[in-house]
Design a protein around this ligand. Structure first.
Ligand code: FE2
Length: 241
């Protein structure tokens, strides 16, 4: 009889432990730091005439803000599902995580790639790498512009760094698929070709927008994007062939 009582006591303890653990997990989830919309380092009108203030204001304060909000909501749901061991819900949340997480990552890079003092050409090792991998700066621009204009529907054109080969690559991603998470390339420069990025000013003429955006590209920022990797590795001896 006493062994049954002991066993019931033990079950009660386990249940209390489980309840306490669940409460702790929920508290950890609730206290997780939320993502926030990063401030721009320039005014909405600072990139005119190449990108007008109305586009910048809507793009940053509405579109990017929505990705941030929805990412936070999705992560909260994901944490709850994780705490419950609810794998079905975790799987069901993956598309929202990719879309809103990608939207936040992509736009965060994009704003810093742009500057009212941009344009021109990069200097130093990035320029050497561009010449090595594309023949010339002009050829890189042409190749990236063509790939970006050709994105079907909504998406992004990218200049990325391939760690394995030590080379620069041009890539295009659909929707908000983040470059590194989708291709493994480290993002250096992204061009957003969702219509919200240009339609109010360029209407359906995407090539004109892509042509204009080169005037506000901050090469200083592009050089510093892969802060802990590109700068360290791009200076290594150039790959042969
Ligand atoms: Fe966008």
């Amino acid at each position: 009889m006493s062994s049954i009582v002991n066993m019931l006591c033990r079950v009660g303890q386990i249940r209390r432990c489980a309840a306490s653990l669940s409460q702790t997990l929920n508290q950890v989830a609730a206290s997780r730091q939320k993502h926030t919309l990063p401030d721009l380092t320039y005014d909405y009108g600072a990139l005119e005439p190449h990108i007008n203030a109305e586009i910048m204001q809507l793009h940053h304060s509405k579109h990017h803000a929505t990705y941030v909000n929805n990412l936070n909501v999705t992560e909260e749901k994901y944490q709850e599902a994780l705490a419950k061991g609810d794998v079905t819900t975790q799987v069901a949340l993956q598309p929202a995580l990719k879309f809103n997480g990608g939207g936040h990552i992509n736009h965060t890079i994009f704003w810093t790639n742009l500057s009212p003092n941009g344009g021109g050409e990069p200097q130093g090792e990035l320029m050497e790498a561009i010449k090595r991998d594309f023949g010339s700066f002009q050829k890189m621009k042409e190749k990236m512009s063509a790939a970006t204009v050709a994105v079907q529907g909504s998406g992004w054109g990218w200049l990325g760094y391939e760690k394995e080969s030590g080379r620069l690559r041009i890539a295009a991603c659909a929707n908000q698929d983040p470059l590194q998470g989708s291709t493994g390339l480290i993002p250096l420069l992204g061009i957003d070709v969702w219509e919200h990025a240009y339609y109010l000013q360029y209407k359906n003429v995407r090539p004109d927008y892509v042509k204009a955006i080169w005037n506000v590209i901050s090469w200083e920022n592009v050089c510093s994007q892969p802060q802990d990797l590109f700068n360290a590795q791009i200076g290594l001896p150039l790959p042969q062939g």
